[in-house]
Design a protein around this ligand. Structure first.
Ligand code: PMV
Length: 360
């Protein structure tokens, strides 16, 4: 598949107005995407767990307007008009206009809400952009006679990528690969694909408790962070390492080797943050409590032989990952020893999930 395969064929139908609602999940990367080329092409492959609870639900209403050179839309978050969201969506529309020729033919009302608090430090760009892309694809499906389910999902992922890279991993579940990797047939830099190699039972219903260490806005956006990987002294080696870690994960997923899983996942999290600390300018997104949590997890693991581990996104919050059979014991440990490091004691219980849903 190339970009050209996502250019729409002439539509066979017309639509005056309508509305669609999609609910789309967040995802947490195990091998991280950090560094990109033009057109949101990742520098290395990544793989993520799709989440189940953390979601954005978006209703996109549309009505015909005079076609002119302008995009026309309003955005609402929890019923409140959000003009500060508009530049990001305007940029998204510009990037995808060539693939969705109807964008200037309608006025859109975008009404969105998140299952997690907006000010939780959890990025809503993956779930938000994918929910919007899915709504737009529902319009295209109505306008066109021949959109297969496979093409629908693939193009939704392709469009989401142009909104926010990691959003292309939020369409489907439960393990998604984005970026070309030589051992993963069908993997692409253009969209996410379902991971179809063997996955051991140990990873079924894997748990993710998100500890909210810092609910504030990130001081450095991921756009800036990605850019700093250009001319980064360790970039080339880092991108190679991501390929190697993907290869290692293939056999780990197959055999259920949880010790191997822990090593890769924690190393990837710390590598992501060390790229930030060694870019120029350098920056640190972890907070003292992020380190307190990491150290407590390591101590607990040594003491109990638990298969608990952590990963990090581009922020201070900690994702605590553990197998389903440790749900009760690890939750007890989290409540007893880790919640004290969370802002206002807040955390979110989540687990691996099955992808976006059309809400009727
Ligand atoms: O999708 P973006 O451009 O916000 O980048 C996010 C990158 C990380 O979340 C830090 C890692 C990843 O692979 O999701």
């Amino acid at each position: 598949m190339t970009e050209k395969d996502f250019i729409s064929k002439p539509y066979s139908k017309t639509l005056v107005s309508g509305s669609f609602t999609w609910s789309s999940p967040s995802n947490i990367a195990l091998v991280k995407y950090w560094g990109k080329k033009e057109y949101q092409i990742p520098e290395n492959p990544s793989v993520s767990f799709t989440l189940d609870y953390c979601k954005t639900t978006t209703t996109l209403s549309f009505s015909e307007k005079d076609e002119n050179e302008e995009f026309s839309f309003d955005v609402f978050l929890d019923g409140e008009q959000k003009d500060d969201f508009k530049p990001k969506i305007e940029m998204f529309f510009k990037r995808i206009e060539g693939y969705l020729p109807f964008l200037k033919a309608y006025h859109f009302k975008i009404e969105t809400s998140n299952s997690f608090p907006h000010s939780s430090g959890i990025a809503s760009s993956a779930s938000g952009m994918s929910a919007l892309a899915l709504c737009l694809m529902s319009i295209e499906k109505q306008l066109s006679n021949d959109v297969s389910d496979a093409h629908f999902n693939q193009k939704a992922s392709f469009l989401s990528r142009l909104g926010s890279g990691s959003a292309c991993r939020s369409i489907d579940g439960d393990l998604i690969v984005w970026g070309t990797h030589q051992e993963i047939v069908g993997s692409s830099d253009l969209y996410g694909i379902k991971y179809l190699h063997d996955v051991h039972e140990n990873f079924k219903n894997y748990q993710d408790t998100i500890l909210l260490v810092d609910k504030g806005e990130k001081q450095v956006s991921s756009t800036v962070g990605h850019d700093l990987m250009h001319n980064h002294p360790y970039a080339t080696r880092r991108f190679e390492q991501a390929h190697e870690n993907m290869s290692k994960l293939i056999s780990i997923f197959k055999t259920g080797n949880l010790d191997g899983f822990i090593k890769i996942v924690e190393s990837e999290a710390l590598t992501l943050h060390s790229m930030m600390m060694t870019s120029m300018p350098y920056f640190i997104l972890m907070k003292p409590n992020t380190l307190e949590i990491i150290n407590s997890i390591w101590a607990y693991r040594t003491k109990t032989n638990s298969k608990i581990c952590f990963t990090l996104d581009a922020g201070a919050n900690v994702h605590v990952l553990y197998p389903e059979n440790e749900k009760e014991t690890v939750m007890e440990f989290i409540k007893k020893e880790l919640i004290t490091y969370c802002q206002n004691g807040h955390y979110i219980s989540d687990q691996i999930g099955f992808g976006a849903q059309l809400i009727l």
